[in-house]
Design a protein. Structure first.
Length: 471
């Protein structure tokens, strides 16, 4: 086996898959190494709410037998993968972080999970989330607090925080998350890993907990861009059960990572015209954006002049949560996260007119963004306006001495859930006190390959793979 057990858990998924095919790495020994890592770290970090030891070991044995027999092998054959606990997994408990579903076991996989299984991926278990993914930090009444591996006193972000912590710490090379307002990109930024929100419809949405209709996307989190592309190659492609899903594109997403970005026109928008940004975040992201000049891009500092989309987003999502979950109140209120109860309550005040006007505003946003991206191939922003903050505190309401709104700490991500474009977070460095910061890369409609190519080019210029949490 190449390398020690400790080295094995840090190898990229794409390398592990190749080593397994060539019989240089055993799926069983790989899975045991990752499970041992999870067992050692999970009590401290709470990345996993369910560690599926038996399922993982059975999957690894089956993978090893298939290699021995010379059977056809899928892209993820023998590679360990974790699944966020809002994504349905057949025969494996899926709770959404809620006491209301503490013992729920789906009878069917979400499409992405079924495709991972069919590709030979070994399911490790379920990663922690906020209740129904309703907030952008990771704690829930059922499973408690998930901690940032760079500093356990800090939040890892959310709501795919468990998956981000897992990949950041060698508890599996890739994780499947969801992003309804930034829930892949925010924790990727806070944990110093790569997170990719595909175009809406790129990965079919079939089974899961309701509340983020028309904005949610399932996507990969990984330590490298190519690993994320590898997972996207497995899970992308249309499915008639989701009428909004997109047909499979020609070519492989992994290959897009080698396409280069020389000559692209790139916009760097440090605040989008409405956000307040922590100076330490701004400095690191400005430096990261400047790297694109060295990659052969034409970079222009811009202020798009868009209005803050927070009201439209909050109106839309709170109304949907109210519609789906208000019948649980008041009886279930004592079992729910108080922030979820308040969020549902906000939806009670949304009128039909408010809801329609929010959709009208979203159409206006798309018109403005479409016109803007006629000039630019990519848009760069900070991923989050602040560095990671203490996990026991509420998100900051003051940044750089200015009072901000409820979502003022995360003003850059949810706009692109409303408009449906691909967007990624790449590590942009760490603050002087060691807190990770991310740069967001946003593409044109359906330009997933371009975002992956830009991410991969930046990774080559500013590699982050050897930067590991001080556990």
């Amino acid at each position: 086996m190449p390398g020690t057990v400790d080295e094995l858990v840090w190898r990229p998924a794409i390398e592990l898959a190749a080593l397994i095919r060539s019989k240089q790495v055993s799926p069983v020994e790989l899975t045991e190494a990752v499970l041992a890592r999870i067992d050692a770290l999970n009590p401290r970090l709470n990345a996993f709410c369910l560690i599926a030891h038996d399922l993982a070991r059975r999957g690894a044995r089956e993978a090893e037998i298939a290699v021995t027999k010379g059977e056809p092998l899928g892209a993820l054959h023998g590679v360990p993968v974790s699944i966020k606990d809002v994504i349905f997994t057949r025969g494996l408990r899926t709770t959404g972080g809620s006491r209301l579903f503490a013992e729920a076991v789906p009878e069917e996989d979400a499409v992405a999970v079924a495709r991972i299984r069919a590709s030979g991926g070994v399911l490790l278990g379920k990663t922690t989330t906020s209740e129904f993914g309703h907030k952008a930090v990771t704690d829930s009444p059922l499973f408690g607090l998930t901690r940032n591996p760079w500093n356990p006193e800090l939040t890892p972000g959310g709501s795919s925080g468990g998956g981000a912590v897992a990949v950041a710490t060698g508890q599996g090379p890739i994780a499947l998350g969801t992003d309804g307002g930034g829930s892949i990109r925010l924790p990727a930024s806070f944990c110093g890993v790569y997170g990719f929100k595909p175009s809406r419809g790129r990965v079919p949405e079939t089974l899961g907990f309701p509340g983020y209709e028309h904005v949610n996307t399932t996507g990969p989190m990984a330590r490298t861009v190519r690993d994320a592309a590898l997972l996207l190659d497995v899970i992308a492609g249309g499915d008639d059960r989701d009428r909004a899903s997109l047909p499979r594109e020609a070519g492989q997403y992994v290959d897009a990572c080698d396409e280069g970005i020389k000559g692209l026109h790139v916009a760097w928008a440090p605040d989008l015209g409405y956000a307040t940004v922590d100076p330490s975040v701004l400095t690191l992201c400005e430096n990261a954006a400047a790297e694109f000049e060295g990659l052969g891009c034409h970079v222009e500092v811009v202020n798009p002049g868009w209005e803050n989309p927070e009201e439209a987003f909050s109106t839309l999502i709170s109304a949907q949560f109210y519609g789906h979950w208000s019948d649980q109140l008041p009886e279930a209120e004592k079992h729910l996260d108080p922030t979820l109860v308040r969020f549902i309550g906000r939806g009670a005040s949304v009128t039909a007119r408010d809801y329609v006007l929010a959709y009208d505003r979203i159409r206006t946003y798309w018109s403005e963004i479409h016109a803007f991206l006629a000039r630019f191939d990519l848009l760069l922003t900070p991923t989050v306006a602040v560095p990671p903050f203490p996990s026991t505190q509420n998100p900051p309401r003051e940044i750089a001495g200015q009072r901000v709104s409820v979502l003022g700490w995360m003003p850059f991500t949810y706009l692109f859930n409303l408009t449906g474009q691909p967007a990624a977070s790449v590590p942009a460095g760490v603050t002087d006190d060691g807190r990770p910061i991310g740069l967001q890369i946003v593409g044109r409609r359906h330009a997933d390959r371009t975002v992956l190519a830009a991410s991969a080019a930046y990774e080559v210029a500013c590699p982050w793979g050897e930067r590991r949490p001080p556990l």
